[in-house]
Design a protein around this ligand. Structure first.
Ligand code: KOT
Length: 837
């Protein structure tokens, strides 16, 4: 690396090499320097917010130096890189993570104390980077952590939204959305005003013939929007490797304003042009598992994909390799179908701009891409109308049609007698208007397609992508079960548990090799260990109880059973089943004598999660939860036996408080609907048990921890179709206990009955698509088993310790290694570990 500096200047450069702070004293001096110079504040009026900024800048300096070295190492090694394309990166806070991954949190803690600050208060100042909706975006963030920690050469590419997922307020029991403007002061990004790409939209296609008689397409006219790169350093844990997340921001192409218009006095319209360009990266679409086909969303997708590919191709071309080596240097992973236009864009670059022949170009394209499917829900499968693509991206539509033509021709040659097959697998749906099926395009354009948990990967092969298995063979389809990073979700969120585990597992190796957790199972009978384990859980519950009091105004008893369901609000995730169950519990308690009540297990039912702003039913569920809480929490007969809490604005940093405090968490989706789920893994890793359906990763969690350590209930995925059919065509008897719950709601016990009518009639009158009634009895019975099991605290703690010990499989490190080996064909770059890291 040093040899890259020209000899005459080398000495000067090396003499002044920057290294960032080295110890507590150095850290303090950097903090003070940043307060006084970078922030231009006097050290005598440095508040917690300034301390956060200065502390972050001190750590950022360390990160960016390692980032530089990592990029140089990768360039010199010239090995294959992975590019992870995701419209969502749900990063949460960066400071705590940077301190822990660099291994200098203790230094910072002591240094901040010297300067008059508590590190917890400083960490609390940071605004979450919430550029995602839920599981899909958080998975991308866990993957970045693992890629860096495992020293893989990898970049993330995304959009720099000015507004992340909205902030949720609960007003009179209803969700209210408030914009999340998070960029006021963001020390974690580096604007690269020199790294820009012009992105074209609209216009038309002219064809010409070149000297070899080959038809060449020229995409002309339309408008140009400029993409500007913002880089976010991603530190690996206990390694100097620091990868890059590049986020694109949109701005008007010709400087600030169109000067022509400006000078003509058309000031307003030149400002409007600027604003229109900036609109592209302005806001994250707040839908989870739902696609609504909005033009601006398609613009976002193309803007981000085109900028990223230009960047990737530019980097590849510097190596002066022949094009056929592109897939040996570049792997691109499509995080769901959102970046599928990348397939078309790369084909366009190779064909129209680089002059390759179709087949040669297509070979390169299909060997480059991998596609991850995250959902089978029909309303989430992306389709774009042909007229919209024609208007926005005329050349891309032609290429999509050509891809489809060659694909269907090959299918027809191999399956000449199956006429319906062509229509089923076509990339174009012959509807009115015609639609482009993005999943079909992603499958045809990739060399591997994977699901995110075993059941899910089986389901896509046997249902939505069945025909493609026939066409491409089973080897193209594979499973990579999701994982989570133990750094954030154990070490950072639950430092005391992490410490206790390291004392019994022979050090911190479990943080980089999660299978090491199994060593703690040997200590399951150790009294002192169990006592400390229980103390930690109680302390985490006390912390959450404080948060509940402060944010929801409800007093809860930290020794009660904490029952948690936090995730996006969605009918398929069945928060309605949970709240109906809570009402059933309330009615049961009410019907008991005071003596009988005394024997019951006290519970706190904790909910959290956002509803998409346009998802009316989800908003009604939130309203019902809050309405039930209002009644139950103020009922003197009930007291501490049951409390119902809805926690406002669930996000990554709140998850870090909530998850370690859970006794039982709910993962109760209708079987076959939740592709994986990842919070289920986080809860178990933090010593909580789960109640769940046989769905997504719950199944593999059961396989790993043993069925005695999980509370499974409900119908199986294989029975769902028949049950739904029976609801529609047979008679649909509602579970009698559930009927009693409905009657109570309809009596007005929880307020205005009108609001909740739709939740009831979805079950009673509209086919109960999510099988709430079918699973109700089994759910209630299983909850009773949970109460019983919790009463035996010794048994319960044994279950918790045993489960944690067996969770090694669910590290995102395992998951990333599977992708690297089976899909990306990339290898880690060896780096010498720094001393003390
Ligand atoms: C789909 C469309 C728009 C936005 C998000 C989605 C989406 C999210 N599709 N699947 N997911 C979730 O992805 C997680 C990570 O793989 C899974 O654990 C979870 O089950 C999916 O619902």
């Amino acid at each position: 690396v040093e040899a890259s500096i020209p000899e005459p200047q080398r000495e000067a450069w090396l003499k002044h090499q920057v290294s960032g702070f080295k110890d507590k004293d150095g850290f303090e001096s950097e903090v003070v320097r940043h307060v006084e110079t970078t922030l231009a504040r006097s050290m005598f009026n440095c508040d917690e917010s300034a301390a956060y900024s200065a502390c972050s800048l001190a750590f950022r300096d360390r990160l960016i130096l390692e980032w530089n070295r990592t990029q140089q190492r990768q360039t010199f090694a010239d090995s294959k890189r992975l590019y992870y394309l995701s419209l969502e990166f749900l990063m949460g806070r960066a400071l705590d993570n940077a301190m822990l991954n660099i291994g200098e949190k203790d230094t910072a803690k002591a240094g901040l104390a010297d300067l008059g600050f508590r590190i917890e208060d400083v960490i609390e100042q940071e605004h979450d980077a919430a550029l995602g909706n839920g599981g899909l975006g958080r998975l991308a963030a866990c993957f970045l952590d693992s890629l860096a920690s495992l020293n893989y050469p990898a970049w993330g590419y995304g959009l720099r939204y000015r507004y992340g997922i909205f902030k949720q307020e609960i007003i009179d029991g209803y969700q209210v959305e408030v914009p999340d403007y998070w960029l006021d002061f963001n020390p974690w990004e580096f604007p690269r005003h020199d790294v820009t790409v012009d992105i074209q939209f609209f216009g038309n296609v002219r064809k010409s013939t070149d000297e070899n008689g080959r038809t060449v397409a020229h995409w002309e006219g339309g408008e140009i929007v400029k993409a500007v790169a913002y880089d976010v350093p991603i530190p690996g844990y206990a390694t100097p490797s620091t990868n890059n997340l590049r986020l694109w921001s949109s701005t008007a192409a010709s400087g600030e304003f169109d000067f022509q218009k400006f000078n003509n006095g058309d000031y307003e319209s030149s400002v409007a042009d600027q604003q229109r360009a900036e609109t592209i990266s302005a806001v994250l679409y707040p839908n989870d598992n739902l696609e609504r086909g909005k033009e601006l969303r398609l613009k976002q997708q193309y803007f981000w994909v085109a900028a990223s590919l230009y960047d990737i191709v530019r980097r590849f071309k510097k190596s002066k390799r022949p094009w056929k080596e592109f897939p040996d240097q570049v792997a691109i992973q499509l995080n769901d179908t959102h970046p599928t236009l990348a397939v078309v864009e790369l084909q366009r670059i190779l064909l129209d701009l680089e002059g390759l022949e179709w087949d040669e170009a297509w070979n390169i394209v299909t060997n480059t891409f991998g596609y991850t499917n995250h959902t089978v829900l029909p309303e989430a499968l992306e389709k774009w109308s042909v007229p919209l693509i024609q208007h926005l991206l005329p050349r891309h539509l032609q290429i999509i049609y050509d891809i489809n033509l060659y694909f269907l021709q090959s299918v027809e040659r191999r399956f000449p007698d199956e006429r319906e097959l062509l229509g089923r697998v076509s990339i174009i749906e012959e509807s009115q208007p015609k639609m482009v099926r993005m999943a079909h395009l992603a499958i045809v354009g990739s060399h591997k397609v994977n699901g995110v948990a075993e059941l899910h990967s089986d389901l896509i092969k046997t249902t939505i992508f069945k025909d493609f298995v026939t066409i491409f063979g089973p080897d193209k389809f594979t499973n990579v079960t999701n994982g989570i990073t133990p750094r954030r979700w154990l070490h950072q969120a639950n430092p005391r548990l992490s410490e206790l585990i390291s004392s019994k597992a022979g050090g911190k190796d479990f943080l980089t090799d999660l299978n090491e957790l199994n060593k703690i199972e040997l200590h399951v009978k150790d009294k002192a260990f169990r006592k400390e384990w229980a103390d930690i859980k109680l302390a985490n519950k006390q912390r959450l109880a404080k948060h509940i009091k402060a944010s929801a105004g409800v007093t809860v008893d930290p020794t009660a059973l904490f029952d948690v369901q936090v995730k996006r609000i969605h009918e398929y995730k069945r928060q309605q089943l949970n709240i109906f169950g809570v009402i059933h519990r309330y009615l049961t308690l009410k019907a008991m004598s005071p003596e009988e009540r005394k024997k019951q297990q006290p519970r706190v039912s904790i909910f959290g999660g956002k509803a998409a702003p346009g998802y009316w039913m989800a908003k009604q569920i939130i309203h019902l939860i809050n309405s039930v809480g209002k009644v139950v929490n103020n009922d003197e007969d009930i007291g501490d036996l049951l409390k119902v809490v809805f926690l406002e604005d669930y996000n990554v940093s709140k998850a870090e408080i909530i998850i370690p405090a859970s006794d039982i968490s709910e993962h109760i989706s209708t079987a076959g609907t939740e592709a994986s789920g990842t919070s289920n893994m986080k809860f178990v890793l933090n010593g909580g048990l789960i109640i769940g359906t046989c769905d997504g990763a719950n199944i593999e969690i059961t396989r790993e921890i043993g069925e005695n350590n999980i509370f499974l209930f409900g119908n199986l995925a294989e029975d769902v179709e028949d049950l739904r059919h029976a609801h529609t065509y047979g008679s649909h008897e509602i579970d009698p206990d559930l009927n009693r719950v409905f009657q109570e709601i309809e009596k007005g016990t929880f307020g205005s009955t009108q609001d909740f009518a739709a939740l009831i009639s979805a079950v009673r009158d509209h086919g109960d698509y999510y099988l709430v009634s079918d699973d109700f009895h089994s759910y209630i019975e299983t909850q009773a088993l949970v109460d019983e099991a919790y009463r035996n605290q010794e048994e319960w703690i044994t279950k918790c310790i045993t489960s944690v010990a067996r969770m090694g499989f669910f590290s995102s490190d395992r998951c990333i290694n599977e992708y690297a080996e089976g899909i990306w064909n990339i290898e880690p770059l060896r780096v010498e570990k720094e001393e003390g890291a």
